[in-house]
Design a protein around this ligand. Structure first.
Ligand code: ATP
Length: 365
């Protein structure tokens, strides 16, 4: 096991900066997801932790130690990459045994560990078959099993589930979590899928354009996004993010919606927008579950009038798209009381509303 301290790491490829001034403290045994859109620098960060790339600036320490002079194979780091490196001509058994063989583990011990891993990955019946005969799902289990069997102190996984179908992905997610708990390894997991990150990780590092946007537990980043990017990236169904010009009249702030309608900005959000003033545009955000129908529940809650544009069933609930001018608010109709085309009054919970500076993305409230 090992803790990892990434301090002020920058990685440049010629003129292009792929990772910029990144600092992350990863505790021993922690499961950290690196989350961000394609090209944001996740794999580059992972490669630097693995020792496959060198930082242009900054340092990466393992239990306080600099391993840059240590050979990659001696660092006790396990990898699973998207294009899993399986030896397809070898049997499943030999693939699982490979990492233990190169570490000179005694034969009887190899046998025991390979069988235990094959058992947990439901590959026992495949042990003697060539890896090339495996299905995509089995191949992925083999890739994970092959790295996990050597019990590395750090386990790096780069989009390991992205080639799998949805049902099997969910199964493998659960399996990975169990594996990590059992071995207590420090696990770093690259994904662009926020649901995967939210369900697996102890902590999520959200990265955009090579920069760390926020680092915290799934609940922290969900409940308290540090900026507009994180608010928009995390949460399913997605947060309502509404950009508009701010107007101040007699001390009251209003957001003018494009093509008609407005939001009366009361409470903390109104106060925060008042600080940046009416010359600027703002970004108002509220999660679908914080929009409600019927009587107002708190004095500051914001009343809106709209039309039910469409409804979409998701399990026992329906997602309701409410149109105000040309802006759509996504809400949850959990009592099946709406009909498409209805005029409807709804409320935005002031306590749960968020305000961002549109230009910088900074959180204002
Ligand atoms: P994806 O999810 O698509 O793999 P990512 O977040 O993992 O994306 P990286 O693969 O780390 O992103 O790439 C970050 C940026 O750095 C990209 O714009 C990529 O083109 C660039 N990049 C990565 N490796 C190199 C390299 N060896 N030379 C030049 N540019 C590179």
């Amino acid at each position: 096991m090992s803790s990892i301290q990434i301090s002020k790491v920058t990685k440049r490829f010629n003129d292009f900066t792929a990772v910029s001034d990144l600092s992350l403290d990863i505790a021993e045994g922690e499961f950290v997801a690196l989350l961000g859109p394609s090209g944001c620098g996740k794999t580059t960060t992972m490669n630097m932790i693995a020792g496959l790339e060198e930082p242009s600036e900054g340092s990466i320490l393992f239990n306080g130690q600099d391993l840059s002079a240590t050979r990659i194979q001696d660092r006790n780091i396990g990898f699973v990459f998207q294009n899993y490196a399986i030896f397809t001509h070898l049997s499943v058994y030999r693939n699982l045994a490979y990492g233990l063989e190169v570490r000179n583990v005694p034969k009887s011990e190899i046998e025991r560990r390979v069988r235990a891993m094959a058992d947990r990955m439901s590959l026992v019946h495949r042990l003697d078959q060539p890896a090339s005969s495996l299905s995509v799902n089995e191949m992925q289990k083999l890739a994970i099993g092959r790295s996990a069997v050597v019990e590395p102190r750090i386990f790096l996984l780069d989009e390991p589930l992205s080639n799998l179908d949805a049902g099997f992905r969910a199964y493998m997610r659960a399996e990975l979590k169990v594996l990590q708990r059992e071995f207590g390894q420090t696990m770093i997991y690259v994904t662009h899928d926020q649901i995967e990150a939210m369900s697996l990780a102890d902590k999520i590092a959200i990265i955009d354009k090579g920069r760390l946007m926020q680092y915290g537990s799934p609940l922290e980043v969900y409940n308290n996004p540090a900026n507009r990017f994180v608010a928009n990236f995390v949460g399913s169904p997605r947060i309502n993010l509404i950009d508009g010009a701010l107007r101040e009249e007699a001390g009251r702030m209003t957001m003018m919606l494009p093509d008609g309608g407005e939001i009366n900005l009361s409470g903390q959000v109104g106060a925060a927008f008042a600080q940046i003033g009416s010359a600027r545009s703002g970004s108002f955000a509220i999660r679908p579950q914080d929009i409600y129908f019927g009587e107002s529940r708190a004095a500051d809650d914001i009343a809106m009038q709209g039309v039910v544009d469409s409804l979409e069933r998701v399990g026992p609930k329906r997602l309701a798209y409410l149109q105000v001018g040309q802006t759509l608010f996504l809400a949850i109709d959990d009592q099946d009381r709406l009909t498409a085309g209805d005029q409807v009054e709804f409320h935005l919970s002031a306590d749960k509303s968020m305000a961002f500076d549109l230009k910088t993305g900074a959180r204002l409230a």
